[in-house]
Write a protein that binds this ligand. Structure first.
Ligand code: MSP
Length: 481
């Protein structure tokens, strides 16, 4: 295994919306890009089931908790399959392999002397699955979830997070790309510099969750359990050998991943992940998507109407990685018609139509070969652009590099009026360049738009050095606006 990437594991109290789909599609594109470079990739996603939200949602649905989580886990798994996500593992935190790993890591943290019993008094927000400060409340409510926090006073196990402040800061100094984008890393560092408090790592008398070893009246704090999923997927030894290279997460859960998780791993004597990449948030017409507002945009509905690849393209191109972005139906249509129907789709159709004619009535037809210098230069620049941008998590810019090649091809067809070139050899040479450019575009597109990439690649075949073209149906039929 050469590369290990993860998504967050999602709460099962809700169905996937485009925000979740975005994080997952980003990780998928990175995983596929690595694979295309010949690396062996592990790409895990899954669901976070041991949350109080699960209990509440099951109750509301009038279902037994286990039956509810089984049903929801399937919904998430199916959604990712429908969106062409090529995850190699799907982890559920109720699985035995996970319980074992959580117990093992809890035991190691305990053995390191980093757990102690104490009384916790505070305000617990179920939406956050975390304690929040009184000073953060607005009119007595959590400003994000608009619910009143639970007043908690109970005996808990505490994790000595405060002991890790210096070690974390030193680690950050030595790994200057541990968190991307850089502005988020600065926020994390500033947070740690302010000083860290020990955190409550268990909850008293919870009927759902992983029991604290040797203290079944306590359930392990859901985040202390959930973060461990990344180790579960590899097994302790596997993680020791090669921990995650990238945890792709949303900015809302960055602190858990960049502060608490590394401290837990340090305590347990395990290696740290290579990088935490945090995406921004997607709003729906400028409004935050939430379960209570019921305004989550369904990615499966969009995929059914526009196609999976169009959805993937929209999300990866429209939103600058790391920054917030907005979805509206109008924006989706504009991108679809301009970049896909009129852009890539039209270019592919023109080239394939011209080449198809050539490959059928031209004897000996269009011969395979190397593209002219102009084309090979454009192809090389596109590949360099994609690889450079991907390495820097600039997925939208990587797509832009591909679209530069599409625009070049379009201009070439128009300016050279390829269809009017009378000289057979000259026309075939121009068409060969265009076909090879289109093939290179298809191959560069594979991590982002796997289906489209396959369709274009399948349109071109070779027989004893002669190129044959079989034009596919329109890749992106125009949508009337
Ligand atoms: N269960 C925790 C994560 C545990 S990981 C060890 C959790 N789950 S969640 O279901 O709430 O999903 C969180 C992730 O979904 C976010 O961190 C983010 O990556 C993604 N998104 C959820 N809403 C989003 C948007 N509106 N926009 C972009 N990403 C969003 O937190």
């Amino acid at each position: 295994m050469d590369f290990y990437i993860t998504t967050p594991i999602y709460y099962v109290n809700d169905r996937p919306h485009i925000g979740h789909a975005y994080t997952t599609i980003v990780a998928d594109a990175i995983a596929r890009w690595r694979e295309a470079q010949g690396e062996q990739v592990i790409f895990s996603t899954g669901v976070d089931e041991n949350s109080q939200k699960t209990v509440d949602a099951a109750k509301k649905a009038n279902e037994e908790i286990r039956a509810y989580t089984d049903r929801m886990a399937e919904i998430w798994q199916e959604a990712w399959a429908k969106l062409g996500i090529a995850n190699t593992d799907f982890i559920r935190t109720t699985e035995e392999r996970h319980l074992e790993t959580v117990r093992e890591i809890w035991g190691r943290i305990d053995a390191a002397g980093d757990l102690y019993r104490g009384t916790y008094e505070g305000l617990y927000c179920k939406g956050h699955e975390a304690f929040i400060k009184e000073s953060d409340l607005v009119d007595g409510l959590c400003p994000e979830h608009r619910t009143a926090p639970e007043v908690v006073k109970e005996q808990n196990y505490f994790f000595k997070l405060s002991e890790y402040q210096e070690k974390l800061l030193r680690f950050y100094d030595e790994h200057d790309e541990f968190v991307v984008p850089a502005n988020r890393f600065r926020e994390v560092r500033a947070f740690v510099e302010q000083g860290l408090e020990d955190i409550s790592f268990s909850r008293e008398g919870k009927e759902w969750g992983i029991p604290v070893p040797n203290d079944p009246h306590q359930a392990i704090y859901v985040w202390a359990d959930a973060l461990v999923n990344y180790v579960t997927v590899r097994g302790i030894e596997g993680w020791e050998e090669h921990p995650a290279d990238v945890h792709a997460v949303g900015k809302d859960i960055l602190r858990f991943h960049a502060v608490i998780w590394p401290a837990m791993l340090m305590s347990a004597g395990l290696p740290l992940p290579g990088q935490i990449a945090a995406n921004g948030f997607i709003t729906n017409g400028g409004v935050k998507m939430s379960k209570s507002l019921g305004n989550g945009v369904d990615p499966l509905d969009l995929a059914a109407r526009y196609g999976v690849d169009a959805l993937r393209y929209f999300l990866l191109r429209e939103i600058q990685y790391g920054e917030d972005g907005d979805y509206t139906e109008e924006k989706m249509r504009v991108r679809y018609n301009a970049d896909l129907a009129n852009g890539l789709g039209n270019f592919a159709a023109r080239v394939l139509a011209l080449a198809e004619r050539e490959s059928f009535d031209g004897v000996p037809g269009m011969k395979d070969g190397v593209p002219g210098e102009e084309f090979s230069g454009v192809i090389a620049a596109m590949r360099r652009g994609v690889d450079g941008k991907m390495a820097a998590f600039r997925l939208g810019d990587a797509l832009a590099a591909i679209w530069d090649a599409v625009s070049f091809g379009d201009r070439y067809v128009n300016e050279k009026k390829v269809w009017e070139i009378k000289d057979d050899a000259a026309r075939r040479e121009a068409l060969l360049g265009l076909v090879l450019l289109l093939e290179a575009i298809a191959s560069a597109l594979a991590p982002f738009m796997p289906e489209t990439s396959r369709k274009i690649a399948a349109a071109v075949s070779r027989e004893r050095g002669v190129i044959h073209i079989k034009r596919p149906d329109a890749l992106f039929p125009r949508i009337s606006s």
